[in-house]
Design a protein around this ligand. Structure first.
Ligand code: NDP
Length: 307
């Protein structure tokens, strides 16, 4: 059975950055990229808020740059997804693709989170052409235009108020007659004049042409169906942290986000660290994920030195 000092799971900015730091610390890390190498950045178009790219950068190119940096430094980056994990004792045992088992003295979980989508075919068709699950990432491209946000939680309210500062008008499509968001966020939405809440509404279809989104067909609970003219359609109906395979061992909150100790990346299992969106529902930025990958590698290095 293969044995490694430091095993990193997840091919996004958190995992690749952890690999950069772990390689430079002579931990000879092995990283498995998972089912979607590059992670959520590969589903966005241009990234303008990652430091170091004054002219902006394509999301896929950005994450590929971080990956290539890790490879150049000597990280062993492999295709393959975790299918099982046994973290009951050290060395930890992680099964890859139902075949190989790798043993590790330290494990960094950087498996990210997956945005929830409504499941409409048109949503898939226009992904990256007006459909986005991240207002902070893509809102800028809809400056002075009309957009819609779906959802009634804190994320939806936060994204709607963020977009309201950039856009001409923001529709907030809410499936019930109440918002789930905190009172403070609700007040912020209600006090923003260019947000219109569409209560009791569901999206039937996203409308568009070869240039991207042009509108959405909305169905109200009372049976009324109407179209709104928009250029951006933002999903904010929650994320699913990719922690399922580790939950038997590692403590998570109710939503499944891995709980880490204070400002560190330490989980409740000694030697197991978590970085990026799988442990942080609040910021969800490439730069914060990268930073937390760095933290996890530094924590793993200190842990391995103490053995
Ligand atoms: P939530 O699960 O809190 O909210 C999801 C929202 O999407 C709900 O309003 C839900 O409706 C709606 N929804 C779910 N599925 C559908 C669907 N198929 N069609 C239409 N609407 C749908 O997720 P969030 O991402 O908003 O928040 C996650 C966590 O992060 C929460 O604990 C939140 O408080 C926290 N958070 C905190 C922030 C802050 O403090 N600044 C900022 C952002 C998030 P319904 O209500 O009917 O179920």
């Amino acid at each position: 059975m293969e044995h490694t000092k430091c095993l990193i799971i997840g091919g996004g900015p958190a995992g690749y950055t952890a690999a950069i730091y772990a390689t430079r610390a002579n931990l000879s890390p092995v990283l498995y990229e998972g089912m979607q190498p590059g992670g959520q950045l590969t589903t966005t178009t241009e990234v303008e808020n990652f430091p170091g790219y004054p002219d902006g950068v394509d999301g896929t190119a950005l994450v590929d740059d971080i990956r290539r940096q890790a490879v150049r430094l000597g990280a062993d980056i492999r295709r393959g997804a975790v299918t099982k994990a046994d973290l009951s004792s050290r060395p930890f045992k992680v099964e890859i693709d139902g075949e190989t088992v790798v043993e590790a003295d330290a494990l960094i979980i950087a498996t990210g989170a997956t945005a929830k989508y409504l499941g409409l075919p048109s949503e898939k068709k226009f992904r990256g052409m007006g459909v986005s699950a991240c207002a902070t990432c893509d809102g800028f491209f809809y400056k002075k235009r009309d957009v819609a946000v779906v959802g009634g939680g804190d994320t939806a309210c936060e994204e709607a108020t963020y977009l309201a500062r950039l856009c001409n008008k923001v529709y907030l499509i809410v499936r019930r007659d109440v918002l789930r968001a905190s009172k403070a966020m609700q007040d912020r939405v209600m006090n923003t004049p260019n947000i219109e809440v569409l209560w009791n509404c569901n999206t039937q279809e996203i409308l568009g042409d070869e240039n991207g989104v042009t509108g959405a067909r909305i169905a109200r609970k009372d049976g009324e169906v109407f179209d709104i003219a928009i250029h951006g359609f933002f999903l904010a109906i929650g994320h699913h942290p990719n922690s399922d395979l580790f939950r038997e061992w590692v403590k998570t909150d109710e939503a499944g986000y891995i709980i880490t100790d204070g400002k560190s990346s330490m989980t409740n299992v000694d030697g197991v660290f978590a970085a990026g969106d799988v442990q942080n529902p609040h910021y969800r930025q490439a730069v914060t994920a990268a930073a937390s990958g760095c933290v996890a590698a530094l924590d793993a290095e200190r842990y391995l030195a103490s053995l």
